[in-house]
Design a protein around this ligand. Structure first.
Ligand code: C2E
Ligand code: MG
Ligand code: MG
Length: 307
């Protein structure tokens, strides 16, 4: 608000940006600028500088979490989850820097780094005789990047990877923030042959008509329903209906956030296709993932340790 929040366009815009950052973080959808909010600004700038450097130097580490078929117990793929290894060795979780990357355009180089690293990993696994599909998370901003499909094709060639090595996860809320544009990019990405998945399903507001038009192969039910479904009948109902809906649309269903045997068993009864969660494994570095896999191979039946 002029002149209370700034006397020229530059400071008004800068302060509006501070408020926008706070609004996005709070989840309320709005924030009014105050000087207190601005105190975070120098901190934010420092963080931004560090993150930019981290992307340049590739201080990003990928951890992998297995996805296991509920009926056969087979490993069907892994999800790559990014962490930032700071100079002091501390690993920073994605929630701490992905939003900042999204707000500042750094998400573009970050996504390319992650894609490149994930595809390089599938190449290394292939050399070791392991054919694995890796899932990479895209941000909604990536859906506004017209050069991403071409960059993706380039990386697939570079790592001698066929498109079925890769799955791209897009959150439901990301898709719905600009449905028309997201649909266009999704169609272009899918035309490379790479499969798409809807992540965190149940937390956004997609219409069935829209879902039907999206070229997606997989639907991931958000962990907020899965985590409590063995105790909460309402959540179990949501999961059961979502499985039915996804199957009617011809999609494979993944339950994320499976933390115990009761949930694993219930998902099996409900006809869910794939499970992912701490019950199977935490996300781990590639080296530890191979240990987790042990003498098992994707052709073998994988059983949870407790089963
Ligand atoms: P997501 O894609 O939905 O990933 C699943 C998150 O749930 C991961 O958190 C994972 O560690 C966590 N998780 C897995 N199993 C369980 C479980 O049994 N219980 C619980 N409570 N949590 C479980 P993480 O690694 O902290 O990632 C958080 C989010 O950050 C991801 O959610 C994804 O939206 C985003 N993200 C991660 N890596 C990337 C990336 O490379 N690019 C982009 N754009 N976003 C990423
Ligand atoms: Mg995901
Ligand atoms: Mg998710």
């Amino acid at each position: 608000m002029y002149p209370a929040h700034g006397e020229d366009a530059t400071s008004l815009l800068r302060h509006a940006d501070v408020a926008m950052y706070v609004a996005k973080r709070s989840g309320d959808g709005y924030a009014v600028y105050t000087a207190e909010l601005d105190q975070h600004s120098p901190q934010r700038l420092a963080l931004l500088g560090e993150l930019r450097q981290a992307i340049d130097r590739n201080d990003l580490v990928l951890h992998y979490q297995p996805k296991v078929a509920l009926d056969t117990g087979r490993l069907v793929g892994v999800e790559a989850l990014v962490r930032w290894r700071r100079a002091d060795g501390v690993l920073v979780a994605p929630d701490q820097f992905i939003p900042l990357a999204e707000q500042t355009g750094l998400i573009r180089p970050l996504t390319r780094r992650v894609l490149d690293q994930a595809l390089r990993q599938t190449w290394a696994w292939r050399q070791a005789g392991l054919e694995l599909t890796v899932a990479v998370n895209l941000s909604m901003r990536d859906l506004h990047d017209p050069e991403l499909p071409a960059a993706l094709e380039h990386m697939l060639r570079k790592w001698e990877a066929t498109p079925d090595c890769l799955l791209l996860e897009i959150t439901e809320s990301g898709l719905m923030s600009e449905p028309t544009r997201a649909l266009e990019t999704a169609v272009r990405l899918a035309s490379t042959g790479v499969r798409l998945a809807i992540d965190d399903f149940g937390t956004g507001y997609s219409s069935l008509a829209y879902l039907k038009r999206l070229p997606v192969a997989e639907l991931k039910i958000d962990k907020s329903f899965v985590g409590t479904m063995a105790r909460d009948e309402g959540d179990a109902t949501i999961v059961r209906s979502t499985i039915g809906l996804a199957h009617d649309l011809g999609l494979s269903v993944v339950a994320e956030g499976v933390e115990d045997q009761a949930t694993w068993d219930l998902l099996g009864l409900l006809g869910c296709d794939v499970a992912q969660g701490y019950y199977l494994s935490q996300p781990t570095p590639a080296s530890e993932f191979v240990q987790w896999l042990g003498p098992r191979s994707p052709q073998n039946r994988w059983l949870p340790a407790a089963a």
